[in-house]
Design a protein around this ligand. Structure first.
Ligand SMILES: Cc1cc2nc3c(=O)[nH]c(=O)nc-3n(C[C@H](O)[C@H](O)[C@H](O)COP(=O)(O)OP(=O)(O)OC[C@H]3O[C@@H](n4cnc5c(N)ncnc54)[C@H](O)[C@@H]3O)c2cc1C
Length: 422
């Protein structure tokens, strides 16, 4: 047994690293435990969008029907592996309960507030720490091919404008003017000028480096295996390396979070949602800004001369198996929106697991019992976007200060009527 740690953060993804950063800046002594390398979870090969415009959750009216249709198409952007899994079943029930317009009206402003706070913190953080991570406020252009997709897009743009997110509606010719690599036979586009992007792996690594330089204890290749609890508090954490006695614990283990705290009797409704990205040399002039190839649910982000395509959502449990057909579908879908040719080229295929919450809002806050555990997970499709704001909120919760925004709607206890326990 070693000396007692002050705050131990579990997970070295964008959420864990940002939480550690703001805790350390607030004067706490932080230890960060990561089972692999920093950023080896979902925070590395993602599309890198920082997108307040993505505040409409996956659980919206129509999502269930669309999901069922996609289930039977091997090239679709969505898949649920059929299996007997009670956690998945419970998660789907929560999802169904959230997929209605009243719930969406409640969710959007909360997600928006968190994402806007985060974007402001990104600007401050990148400048203050001189992070070399390609942060740019280039906006996001959504491109649509079908009249149905286009109608949905206009409806979403209208909803977002009610919440103060402006957008420009473009016809096909205007889309090509804004993005010369776009095909000229699309239905139209929506441009969100307030969005930004970052090289996700570089952001997380650079911030972790600054943390290390300022005295944070970072233990990689250290897997958390369990906890010792006494009088309703976690007293120590058992790991693959050693046992750490602790004062406060922050759970930021992404899609693994429910598994990590299962032995505490906590049931967090977070499902691993696998996605892929392919990164390769841009097949032509680099894109002018990140694009959403809308109906295909694919993100295309330029990183200098490189292009990254990211997409698909598979609910198939914790696994990093690559399904070749879905990766091919991403590549083929690109050609429906862009004039780039798709002949085989050297590429880097990446798999990540989003921590998917049923209603699209993250789970941030204390769970009551154990009283010294703070949860920060379930960021779904917008963990990169919401990382810095989540980190700031976690530090305020740990310090017992008022939080900058109301965290009640993000309570980890909201799905179980107050108790997250099994
Ligand atoms: C294809 C794809 C594209 C995406 N694009 C975007 C985007 O453009 N914008 C956006 O905002 N979001 C995007 N996301 C979502 C975003 O990647 C996630 O929401 C975010 O990375 C979650 O961060 P995290 O820190 O919670 O989890 P992770 O990054 O997964 O970090 C959790 C860490 O915990 C560690 N860990 C797990 N168990 C243990 C243990 N027992 N002991 C110690 N360590 C442990 C893991 O190794 C991991 O490193 C995308 C996701 C995917 C898959």
């Amino acid at each position: 047994m070693t000396q007692k740690r002050d705050v131990v953060v579990i997970g070295g993804g964008v959420i864990g690293v940002c939480a550690a950063y703001y805790l350390q800046r607030a004067g706490r002594r932080v230890t960060l435990l990561e089972q692999g390398e920093i950023g080896s979870g979902s925070s590395h090969g993602n599309a890198g969008w920082i997108v307040p415009s993505h505040s409409v959750p996956l659980a919206e009216p129509g999502a269930i029907l669309r999901g069922l249709r996609w289930m039977f198409n091997p090239k679709s952007p969505f898949y649920i592996k059929p299996r007997i899994d009670f956690d998945l079943f419970r998660w789907l029930l929560h999802f169904r309960a959230a997929a209605n317009s009243r719930a969406v009206q409640r969710t959007v402003p909360v997600a928006l507030e968190l994402s806007r706070m985060s974007l402001a913190l990104y600007e401050d953080l990148v400048a203050r720490e001189e992070l070399d991570c390609g942060f740019a406020k280039s906006g996001l252009l959504g491109i649509y091919r079908t009249s149905r997709g286009w109608e949905d897009a206009l409806e979403q743009a209208r909803l977002l404008s009610e919440f103060g997110i402006p957008s420009q509606i473009l016809n096909a010719a205007e889309v090509v003017r804004m993005e010369p690599n776009a095909r000229d036979d699309t239905t139209g586009g929506v441009f969100f000028e307030g969005d930004a992007n970052v090289r996700p792996g570089a952001f997380v690594r650079e911030l972790a480096l600054r943390l290390y330089e300022s005295g944070c204890e970072i233990r990689t290749n250290t897997e958390v295996l369990g906890f010792d609890v006494s009088s309703g508090r976690i007293t120590s954490i058992r790991t693959s390396d050693e046992e750490y006695t602790v004062d406060t614990v922050v759970l930021a283990a992404g899609a693994w979070s429910p598994r990590v705290v299962k032995e505490l009797g906590l049931r967090l409704p977070v499902q691993p949602a696998k996605g892929y990205s392919i990164t390769f040399e841009s097949p032509g002039e680099p894109l002018k800004q990140p694009l959403m190839l809308a109906e295909a649910r694919i993100g295309a982000t330029p990183f200098g001369q490189q292009l990254r395509l990211a997409g698909t959502l598979e609910l198939s449990g914790i696994n990093l198996n690559v399904r070749g057909r879905r990766v091919n579908a991403i590549r083929e879908a690109m050609a429906e929106y862009l004039t780039y040719d798709i002949s085989p080229r050297e590429e880097n295929v990446w798999v990540g697991m989003r921590p998917l919450s049923p209603d699209g809002l993250p789970l941030i806050g204390r769970v009551g019992n154990p009283s010294n555990l703070v949860v920060a997970t379930g960021h779904s499709m917008t963990g990169m976007t919401q990382g810095p704001a989540t980190g700031m909120l976690v530090s305020q919760i740990v310090l017992g200060k008022p939080t900058d925004i109301d965290i009640e709607p993000m309570s980890p206890l909201r799905f179980s009527g107050g108790a997250a326990h099994a």
